[in-house]
Design a binder for this molecule. Structure first.
Ligand code: SF4
Length: 135
């Protein structure tokens, strides 16, 4: 059995709390707050304390899904991207660009968030862009 403590940053929001993931044989089993991190100084919110749960959750989506005839069906990335692009353009044409909102994530890099707002503003034509870190 190989036990280890891995120092990392919480992926849930933009605060960037430091945490330690405890692993056994490379499987994450627990989360602890980092006392030496100047952001959180040994504290975590309830999301941070449970960060290890989602990694191995059976409810985690591992493939794109599209609802067909009332049921979610696994589809390829090409199919889902084509579907999303067509639907965004259909909604934009029918209701205007401000009928669409773009919600990004603190888990993305600054560069990914920059590209995301470019897609919203330059391609779709809306300033409706927000982010989960604005708690
Ligand atoms: S979700 Fe909670 S623990 Fe994670 S970075 Fe934000 S405040 Fe810190």
């Amino acid at each position: 059995m190989n036990f280890s403590n891995v120092s990392t940053i919480c992926p849930y929001c933009g605060c960037g709390c430091g945490m330690i993931l405890q692993t056994i044989d490379q499987e994450i089993i627990n989360t602890l707050p980092s006392k030496s991190n100047p952001i959180n100084e040994g504290k975590l919110c309830i999301k941070g304390w449970n960060v290890h749960d989602f990694v191995v959750s059976s409810q985690r989506a591992t493939q794109p899904l599209i609802r067909k005839d009332g049921d979610l069906k696994e589809v390829s990335w090409n199919e889902v991207l084509e579907y999303v692009a067509k639907e965004l353009m259909r909604i934009k044409d029918q209701y205007g660009p401000d009928s669409i909102a773009f919600m990004s994530s603190a888990k993305c890099t600054n560069e990914e968030n920059f590209l995301f707002q470019k897609l919203a503003r330059a391609v779709v034509g809306t300033n409706n862009v927000d982010h989960c870190a604005r708690l």
